[in-house]
Write a protein that binds this ligand. Sequence first.
Ligand code: CTP
Length: 165
Amino acid sequence: MKTRSHDVSPRNPLELLMNPQIANRTVITFGTFDVLHVGHTRILQRSAALGTRLVVGVSSDALNLRKKGRRPVYDQADRMEIISQLRFVDQVFLEESLELKGDYIQQFGADVLVMGDDWKGRFDEFQSLCEVVYLPRTEGISTTSLIEEIGERHDRQRLALVGHS
Ligand code: CTP
């Protein structure tokens, strides 16, 4: 039988009953979520566990270009569609500007803002609007390292083919 990890998540009604502090709380988080990997799914699942509704701001292609200096592999429509299909995500919207975080928090009625701890301290100003939580990143994986790894594998294969011709 397939193991269903959400059976052990705090979204489980029994755990919610035992922990009323997370009941009826909206959690908001942000990110590019390009080339989805386990670091992304883990932070989203842990974010969802802090409340009853998880809203995710997916960075637009233009914002990602400004923020990280490259166009995402998957465009914003695909990234939003992928994230919206995760069972612990309730709502997805397009994050168009880093300066609008406070507006998004208010617009979506967020009680908790979650960011990866690579941003630790940088969003404390929003403590006047909601609780701000920094969760540890999953070690050893990132979209950047995956893209590099795929490129290196491709180069090695091409070199091997050239060597055999
Ligand atoms: N994240 C995480 N663990 C990782 C990678 C990302 O917890 N190993 C979290 C980030 O802290 C952020 C969210 O996932 O809250 C989206 O991060 P994003 O920047 O889209 O992913 P990265 O893999 O860090 O992307 P890049 O390499 O392009 O910077």
